[in-house]
Design a protein around this ligand. Structure first.
Ligand SMILES: [Zn+2]
Ligand SMILES: [Zn+2]
Length: 317
C-alpha cells in the first residue's frame, strides 16, 4: 500500500526542504552538474527539443518516464524536487495539471511555457464536421471553447519552440548562447525537411479522414489538410460512450476507412472493436506523447513511421 499525498502537499514540503539549496544551486552546483544547465522537461517532445538545442551544455530530465502516458502524470516528491531545483523547466501549460501546479509553487520564473510561443489552435481545428447533416451535439469530442495543447505534432511549430528555447537557454547561460542558436538552426532544418516529406507524402491521397483514438492530431491534420475523427476527446483516458462509438463506426464506413488508428501508450481495445465492426484493420498512429520504454526511436523517426502509416491508410500515391 503506497501513500498518495496530494501534489500540493508534496510541493510545499519539497519547497521548504530545498530553500537552502536553491540559492547555492547555480553557483556551486549543489549536487547538480555545475558545468551544465539543469533542464527539467515535462514530457518527451520537450525533452527531445531541449536535448537537441542544449547539446552537451545541458542535462535534461524528463518528468514523464518512458512508457507513461503524460496527460494524467502525477509527480513523485523527487520529481517535484527536480522542478524546484532545475535551472530551467520546459513545460506546456494546460497539458499536465501536476506540472502546472509544481511550476506555480516553485515560483515560475525559471519556467519556459511552450504554449506561449505561438497562439494555440482551438479544440476543433483539424477536426471533421458534417454541418449539412446537423448530426450529433456531443459527438465531436464534446469539448468547446478550449485550446488544443498537442502543438508538437506540427513540425514547424516545434521548430519555433526550439528557436525560442535557444534564446531562453542563451539568457540562462550567455557564454554559450551562440551554440544554442546554432543547434536550434540545425534542428529547424531537420524539422522543415520532415515537414516537406509530410506535405509531399500526403498531397495526393484517396481519402483524407483519419479515425484515431484521442483527438491529439489537430495540428497535424490542420497542417496537411487531413481531418480527424476521434473516439475520445483531447485526453485519452475518457471512456467513449456507446453513442460515440456508433457514430465513429458510421463515420468510418461512410468515408471507407481502411484503418482504425490506436496509440502506443493506450489500450487498442476500442480501436479493435470498431475495426471489427466496419471491416477495417488497426495500426499505430503515435501522438508522440512519450516513447515506449526501451525505444531507440526519436521524434523524427516516429514521425516518419507515422507518415508511412498515414500513406498506407489513406492510399496516397
Ligand atoms: Zn493527448
Ligand atoms: Zn464524415
Amino acid at each position: 500500500m503506497t501513500l498518495r499525498p496530494t501534489v500540493r502537499a508534496l510541493v510545499a514540503v519539497t519547497a521548504l526542504l530545498s530553500l537552502g539549496g536553491l540559492t547555492a544551486c547555480s553557483d556551486d552546483g549543489g549536487g547538480a552538474d555545475p558545468q551544465r544547465v539543469d533542464v527539467a522537461a515535462a514530457f518527451y517532445p520537450l525533452q527531445f527539443v531541449a536535448e537537441r538545442v542544449g547539446g552537451d551544455a545541458v542535462r535534461v530530465t524528463n518528468l514523464t518516464k518512458p512508457g507513461a502516458e503524460p496527460h494524467d502524470l502525477e509527480l513523485t516528491p523527487g520529481q517535484v524536487g527536480e522542478v524546484n531545483q532545475a535551472e530551467l523547466v520546459v513545460y506546456l501549460k494546460g497539458f499536465q495539471p501536476a506540472v502546472d501546479e509544481a511550476v506555480e509553487q516553485a515560483g515560475g520564473d525559471r519556467a519556459f511555457d511552450v504554449a506561449g510561443v505561438q497562439p494555440l489552435l482551438d479544440v476543433h481545428a483539424g477536426g471533421h464536421e458534417h454541418e449539412h447533416e446537423g448530426e450529433d451535439e456531443a459527438g465531436h469530442a464534446g469539448e468547446s471553447g478550449g485550446k488544443d495543447p498537442h502543438l508538437w505534432l506540427d513540425p514547424t511549430r516545434l521548430a519555433t519552440v526550439a528557436d525560442r528555447l535557444a534564446e531562453r537557454l542563451g539568457a540562462v547561460d550567455p557564454d554559450r548562447a551562440a551554440d544554442y542558436t546554432a543547434r536550434a538552426r540545425t534542428l529547424r532544418a531537420d524539422l522543415e525537411k520532415l515537414d516537406a516529406e509530410f506535405a509531399a507524402g500526403l498531397k495526393t491521397c484517396q481519402r483524407r479522414e483519419i479515425v484515431v483514438s484521442h483527438t491529439a492530431f489537430g495540428y497535424l491534420t490542420q497542417r496537411y489538410q487531413l481531418e480527424q475523427v476521434g473516439m475520445t476527446g483531447l485526453t485519452p483516458e475518457t471512456e467513449p460512450s456507446p453513442q460515440r462509438l456508433a457514430e465513429v463506426a458510421r463515420e468510418a464506413r461512410e468515408h471507407q476507412a481502411t484503418t482504425i488508428f490506436f496509440e502506443t501508450l493506450v489500450s487498442p481495445k476500442v480501436a479493435e472493436t470498431i475495426a471489427a465492426q466496419v471491416g477495417a484493420r488497426t495500426a499505430v498512429l503515435d501522438p508522440l506523447e512519450g516513447l515506449s520504454a526501451g525505444s531507440g526511436a526519436d521524434y523524427l523517426s516516429v514521425m516518419r513511421t507515422n507518415l508511412q502509416a498515414l500513406r498506407t491508410a489513406l492510399s496516397c500515391s
